[in-house]
Design a protein around this ligand. Structure first.
Ligand SMILES: [Fe+2]
Length: 234
């Protein structure tokens, strides 16, 4: 879905994020995102500056750290939507979540109590970084069999995928789609995460992009300068 621009000098431009941020901790007070509604509005302003017109709000759902329910997420989103409307910020907000791979998540799937989004009924989920959890394939199975599309959050970050690209292919064969954080494309060649983002992109494994923004820190990735472009073939 993304076009690729390879230049004669071996540089490529990272893909534009487009008008939808598919992974963002914009909701206030319910995870490690902004603690106040003002912080949420600050994130909204940054997204609009990036020409993003729609954001999927994806707060963490982790049973023992951020035990957010669908109701908590929807109620918080409703307050933020009211405020966005009140101050005339034209940002569309859709409820999602970033579910942690654990039995609690599987229980939610079986109750069909998960917040999905998009034309493919995506459910965003994350995994521990170092090694694949035992429940990874079980989560994928339960999502698929309940009509959802598993969307792995920030796929470039996982050490077990960086070490073994065959595992990426395996997950894809199981029906997993991959979300990559757009700021990762700006990371230097010394960064395993940056290199993995670029590898996923160049091999055609990036399905959706997001900012994964937690706080209102301006992101410089919409129009990268020549210095920010990364070199492919050296
Ligand atoms: Fe996140």
């Amino acid at each position: 879905m993304f076009s690729l621009f390879i230049r004669r000098d071996g540089l490529i431009d990272p893909p534009a994020i487009g008008n939808i941020d598919h992974h963002c901790h914009i909701l206030f007070g319910i995870d490690d995102g902004p603690s106040t509604i003002e912080g949420s509005i600050a994130i909204a302003r940054i997204l609009l500056d990036m020409e993003v017109s729609e954001v999927i709000a994806t707060p963490h759902v982790i049973s023992d750290i951020y035990p957010n329910t669908s109701k908590i997420i929807i109620d918080t989103a409703a307050k933020l939507i009211l405020e966005l409307n009140r101050i005339n910020l034209p940002l569309k907000l859709i409820c999602g979540a970033e579910y942690y791979t654990e039995q609690f998540f599987i229980n939610l799937i079986e109750k069909r109590d998960v917040l999905s989004f998009g034309d493919k009924n995506y459910v965003l989920f994350e995994s521990p970084v170092e090694n694949p959890p035992m429940l990874l394939e079980s989560v994928i199975y339960h999502l698929k069999s309940n009509g959802y599309t598993p969307l792995l959050a920030h796929a470039e970050r996982y050490h077990f995928l960086q070490r073994d690209f065959e595992m990426v292919k395996h997950l894809k064969s199981l029906g997993v789609h991959f979300q990559v954080n757009h700021p990762s494309f700006m990371l230097p060649k010394t960064s395993h995460t940056g290199e993995m983002a670029r590898k996923l992109y160049l091999k055609g494994y990036v399905d959706l992009l997001g900012t994964d923004m937690h706080k209102a820190t301006p992101v410089q990735q919409v129009q990268p300068s020549k210095k920010q472009r990364f070199r492919l073939f050296n």
